[in-house]
Ligand binder design. Structure first.
Ligand code: F6R
Length: 365
């Protein structure tokens, strides 16, 4: 049931504050201001030398964001692969390590094959899945469920932000176990998480501005997305969303890679979407934006109030997001990214819930 929405994708974008809140309630003790995982772990984060993550598509990009979190908050090295590579590359894995999988459906063929490989290599397996009865849930040692509810739109939206919520909770739990986060640090991070649903409700109020902007975007043949830190995987997610539902070619790049090639593409016909919350690397992203602007590139900047004030350059548009703790910024900034893709595709008359050539669940290689 689409309720009052034109498409499932719109409904699912709008549902995110609610389902992220529900997922959060499962992983966080609000009054205790600490993470409480709803399952026992058959290993101790303290004993791990690394985490190996594999997943596909949007779930892979959620995993890539969590790499930054696990490494920063728990000081644990993370390697991550798309599952179609992991399953065949015969990665050497130390017995007793942790292999982590992310999947909305829990049925994706390559991710499932990677899970089976990890099991055979004597890894502890932990899967972040949305469908608790799925094959991956059945075959994993630990199931970390996202409570996104049924996701109908082929383009993943609410499952993605719920995956991020669970992964950040896990990274905080890992940081506590490894002694890299004090009780005070944990409190600060948990409060940042608790604030997310409210901030998502605020973020979605930018929809009208984004809808207007989408008309511009729909004229583009190619779109470049840039970001640093956790905004880099989000840039790739933005590009993935746009290409899969509007069929406009888009690429996500680490902003620092701009001058190593893609800068050659910059001209007035290719919009450049920059995701740059005001964090410790904001200045670096600003200098990349200046490089774009100096070559006549048209910038759509997604930032917060402080970032908008300090960016100091002419943009085609600036989408001002609520000011949030930098650690949770990718969860909030997922919303304008999704809305941009959605409205562009709708404006172009595309079938956003059923994009051509795509299936909701990829159960064959
Ligand atoms: C993109 C999208 C796909 C899926 C991918 C993995 O919007 O939905 O990239 O994320 O096929 O699917 P799951 O999460 O079911 O393993």
């Amino acid at each position: 049931d689409k309720g009052n929405y034109r498409h499932f994708m719109a409904k699912e974008i709008h549902e995110q504050a609610e389902v992220v809140g529900r997922t959060l309630a499962h992983y966080v003790n609000f009054s205790g201001e600490r993470v409480e995982l709803p399952f026992e772990l058959p290993f101790d984060f303290k004993d791990l030398n690394r985490i190996s993550i594999s997943a596909c598509g949007t779930a892979y990009l959620a995993g890539l964001i969590s790499k930054y979190w696990f490494e920063r908050l728990a000081r644990i090295p993370v390697e991550i692969d798309v599952a179609s590579e992991f399953r065949y590359r015969e990665a050497p894995l130390e017995p007793g390590g942790l292999a982590l999988f992310v999947s909305q459906s829990g049925e994706t063929a390559d991710t499932l094959a990677s899970l089976r490989y990890a099991t055979a290599e004597k890894q502890h397996t932990l899967s972040v899945v949305n469908v608790p009865t799925s094959t991956m849930a059945r075959e994993s040692n630990v199931v970390a469920q996202t409570l996104a509810g049924v996701e109908v739109g082929v383009a993943s939206t609410k499952a993605f932000t719920c995956q991020l919520t669970v992964l950040l909770s896990l990274a905080i739990a890992a940081g506590r176990a490894r002694g890299t986060l004090s009780a005070e640090d944990e409190k600060e991070l948990v409060n940042a998480l608790i604030a997310v649903p409210g901030q998502m409700t605020e973020a979605i109020k930018r929809e009208h501005q984004i809808e207007v902007l989408s008309r511009e975007l729909s004229k583009a043949k190619d779109v470049l997305y840039l970001g640093r830190g956790t905004s880099y995987p989000l840039a790739m997610e933005g590009a993935l969303k746009l290409k899969e539902i509007s069929y406009i070619h888009a690429e996500g790049y680490a902003a620092g890679e701009l001058k190593h090639g893609p800068i050659a593409l910059i001209d007035e016909t290719m919009p450049v979407i920059v995701i740059a919350p005001h964090d410790n690397i904001f200045e670096k992203t600003v200098s990349n934006m200046q490089e774009v602007a100096a070559r006549g590139g048209r910038i759509i900047l997604i930032t917060d109030e402080k970032g908008a004030l300090e960016a100091g350059l002419d943009t085609m548009a600036t989408i001002v997001m609520p000011s949030v703790h930098p650690i949770v910024a990718p969860i909030i900034n997922a919303i304008p990214i999704q809305l941009l893709a959605y409205h562009t595709a709708v404006f172009m008359g595309k079938d956003v819930d059923q994009p051509r050539n795509l299936a909701k669940s990829v159960t064959v290689e």
